[in-house]
Design a protein around this ligand. Structure first.
Ligand code: ADP
Ligand code: MG
Length: 578
């Protein structure tokens, strides 16, 4: 049976294993449908059983001395961990976690997982990296590569609009996890990804936010009971758990009411915890923590010799980036709204899976990312510069870095009674003036007679294939027109026009051999995405031309290999579509 190569984010708090499927990375749901597995191992000395993930985490309260958390903090050190009567090296515990992840993934996929790419923080030194490789080997896995977490996160965001030669993009990866914080400036230049600078704090993370709330709860209880409860270990664990749940709830709601019964027992009486916490209050308690991360962001940019305006994209990684205070701080610093384009809990593992695919030569779909790389909008049809009479305002409909697929619309108004038509011009770029942005497409929309200032709705629907469906409609008149704008094609056309080349490549008159015949059949496959078909056609044209023109054998073989690989991937994709 063919084995699969997976990517593993071996985190301090949580771990995720992912694989490439049909050229797209997917996290594997291994624990009751969950892809996020707590990095916890718990031993039962009675029967010798070992528990992992959520099960192990649940045992922590009852068996703290038999449960190991955050082993990543110790990896690379020789200092053994004592569990009951036994001792383990940190890498031995990590090995157990890796083995568990790989075994569960194999079970879910029904295929063996033997080869892996494992991610580590950019600041890991040689000893920590080597210990991580040893952990993989102890788990019986072949560690094909160790890659940096920020680089992995950047892999997922390979933008269709910027990938290609000569393009350069600066990405700031902000990773706030459970117990650690990292910020890195990553440069993407074609296929090369380089970490220009990386700063962080290995003792700052979501746990510290929980700790503040826990202290708050403890103080309340101590006041109420008038005694010192700081030595009550089960209470600390219970409060910490309540604190984390409260924190997570506060990320989406402004207030949380806590009603927990019997958090501890004093003089035979159960003590309850009933309190309400507001987000504002919580943010005040933790303001300095967010500020510490802001300073590290500045430090990383200084080190990379860049300023906020140079950063093209901000990638949020780690569960704690769901904290609104973190997003607000970054939005202010970079003067742009912050959004999670890819799940912050999964994106490191997904990037590792992409790297694994690259190493094993699996075909990658060109579009890995799902964010818009540039803002999209139109020339406004209802605003004219009063001084110049010039109508050149760029009205943004989809902001850059917005998660796609996305649909957004705006309303504009006609400027004349019975206006005959509007010229819809779709632009891409960040300038407020259209002339500084790129015109990607334009079309005419004929209007029904209507009074001046009648509304016209413009809707942009951006899909994962890089196609934007632009729909203009005249409300209440049943008058609508939709035009599909292919951003990649538009870009290629612009490039070709620049180079003076003419037209699209064409297939030969007849199939030149069996492979080209097969490619033509696949080109008829309407279930495949337009960009896939586009890619296939381009490659088939190049291959046929090479055969017809009798180009040298190596070149023909090379194209043939590429074509076979692409067709395999597309066939798999089609079969997955059912
Ligand atoms: P690590 O990389 O250290 O393994 P993760 O990226 O998995 O960690 O992040 C775990 C942290 O994210 C925990 O502290 C958890 O409480 C926090 N977290 C998860 N979801 C949210 C949320 N919605 N709001 C705030 N914090 C969250
Ligand atoms: Mg992490």
């Amino acid at each position: 049976m063919k084995d699969i190569c997976c990517g593993i984010d071996l985190g301090t708090t949580n771990s995720v294993i992912a694989r490439l499927q049909g050229g797209i990375p997917h996290a594997i749901d291994i624990e009751e449908g969950q892809a996020i597995v707590p990095s916890v191992v718990s031993f039962d000395p009675e029967n010798g059983q070992v528990y992992f993930g959520a099960q192990a985490l649940n045992r922590f309260v009852a068996f703290p001395s038999h449960t190991v958390k955050s082993v990543k903090r110790l990896i690379g050190k020789e200092q053994p961990i004592t569990v009951g009567d036994a001792t383990y090296l940190p890498e031995e515990i990590s090995a157990m976690l890796l083995k568990h992840l790989a075994a569960e993934a194999s079970r879910v996929l029904g295929q063996p997982v033997r080869r892996v790419v494992i991610t580590v923080p950019a600041y890991f030194d040689d000893a920590q990296r080597r210990a991580t490789i040893r952990a993989g080997e102890l788990a019986g896995l072949e560690v094909m590569r160790i890659i940096n977490e920020p680089t992995a996160a950047a892999f997922v965001y390979e933008s269709p609009a910027v990938s290609g030669e000569g393009t350069e993009e600066l990405i700031l990866v902000y990773d706030l996890g459970g117990g650690t914080f990292d910020v890195s400036v990553v440069q993407l230049r074609g296929d090369i990804k380089e970490v220009l600078a990386s700063c962080g704090d290995t003792a700052l993370g979501g746990d510290d936010f929980d700790e503040r709330l826990k202290e708050h709860f403890l103080e309340l209880l101590q006041q109420r009971c008038d005694r010192d409860l700081s030595e009550d270990f089960p209470l600390q664990v219970r409060l910490k758990d309540i604190a984390e749940r409260t924190k997570i709830a506060l990320s989406v709601q402004p207030f949380v009411a806590i009603n927990e019964v019997a958090v501890t027992v004093i003089d035979g009486e159960p003590v309850n915890l009933a309190v309400e916490v507001g987000r504002g209050e919580f943010e005040e308690m933790t303001e300095d923590l967010v500020e510490q991360t802001r300073r590290k962001v500045m430090e990383a940019m200084d080190e990379a010799k860049v300023v906020a305006e140079d950063i093209d994209r901000i990638v949020l990684v780690g569960g704690s980036t769901r904290l609104p205070a973190v997003q607000d701080m970054l939005a202010e610093l970079f003067e742009q709204p912050m959004e999670h384009s890819v799940d912050p809990d999964l994106c490191v593992a997904l990037g590792a899976a992409v790297q694994a695919g690259i190493i094993t030569g699996e075909p990658l779909r060109q579009i890995l990312i799902d964010v818009s790389a540039h803002s999209l909008g139109t020339r406004t049809i209802d605003e004219v510069d009063p001084e110049t009479g010039d109508a050149d305002y760029f009205s943004t409909i989809i902001r850059r870095n917005t998660r796609i697929p996305v649909t957004r619309s705006e309303v504009y108004y006609t400027m004349q009674p019975d206006q005959k038509r509007v010229e819809v011009e779709v632009f891409q770029g960040e300038s407020p003036s259209c002339r500084d942005n790129t015109l990607v497409d334009s079309f005419r929309f004929d209007l029904r007679p209507a009074p001046i200032h009648s509304p016209i709705t413009m809707e942009f629907s951006y899909d994962l294939q890089g196609i934007v469906h632009v729909t203009v409609s005249q409300k209440g008149y049943g008058n609508t027109k939709t035009v599909a704008v292919d951003l990649k094609k538009a870009k290629a056309a612009a490039k070709q026009a620049e180079a003076g080349a003419s037209g699209e490549p064409e297939l030969a008159d007849k199939p030149v051999n069996y492979l080209s015949q097969k490619a033509r059949q696949l080109l008829q496959e309407s279930r495949l995405a337009a960009t896939s078909l586009h890619e296939l056609k381009a490659l088939a044209c190049a291959y046929e031309a090479a055969v017809v023109n009798g180009e040298d054998e190596d070149r023909v073989d090379e194209l043939e290999d590429q074509l076979v690989a692409l067709m395999d991937a597309l066939e798999e994709e089609r079969d997955n579509l059912g």
